[in-house]
Design a protein around this ligand. Sequence first.
Ligand SMILES: [Zn+2]
Length: 278
Amino acid sequence: MPELPEVETIARGLARRVSGDVIESIWLGRKREPLKSSAREIAATLEHSRIAGVRRMGKHIVFDLEHQGVGSTETACTPTAQWIVHLGMTGRLQVCEPQAEVLKHTHAILKLASGMELRFVDPRRFGRLSVARVGGFDAGGIEPLEADLDRFLILFCGRKTPIKSALLNQKLLRGVGNIYADESLFRAGIRPRRRASNITRDQLAKLLASVKEVLEEAIALGGSSISDYVDADGEEGFFQLEHRVYGREGQPCLVCKTPIKRIVIAGRSSHYCPKCQR
Ligand SMILES: [Zn+2]
């Protein structure tokens, strides 16, 4: 499943390729699962819209659209709607030439004024396409890369759940996945099972810095392979940070050589160093 850094990389790659382009028409497949808004609503919103920009919100990719409809009274250059794509487990957005082979499990094809096509392919169909008015879409929680310390501290105030669960709670923080939560807790020296409400302000400050550091490192790693995500036949090949704890059960800690432990918290594997993390 694509995590926040992958989605950020994909959104940046798409922004470079399709910003400013106009959606001339859209074809939607017959499968219903990928459509969170109705096919009619999606088509009406996307067709004849100019893509003003593409960005990430949580793990969603948001296309800001300016309507170019005939007789439209909307002022140009003011996004009026959004197309929201969640990639689910296996969803992919491709920018390709119209003659490129249409892959199996293609659920949407947008014809762009530039002559290129933007396609949504998703074999397992956990991905979702929807549309909303500007401001109508709420990805929930706060954006970890934009969070300041005060907003971050409030998230954990009085929360009795393990800090690991709180980090994964999408209603609190947008898009921090299992791997990045484990890696951030290791760098901050906090055990995943610690009660969120018992962690000191200084430790939470360190944790916020670690979360940002881990996500930014992963985004930086992905920056060089953007084309892999959106090219016609692009292989997935998501980049990965060198994991310090995640998936390293029993292997020596890179700092103190103590074997890394694995425990299960709320059904998710959690990895930590019993010596470096308290
Ligand atoms: Zn250690």
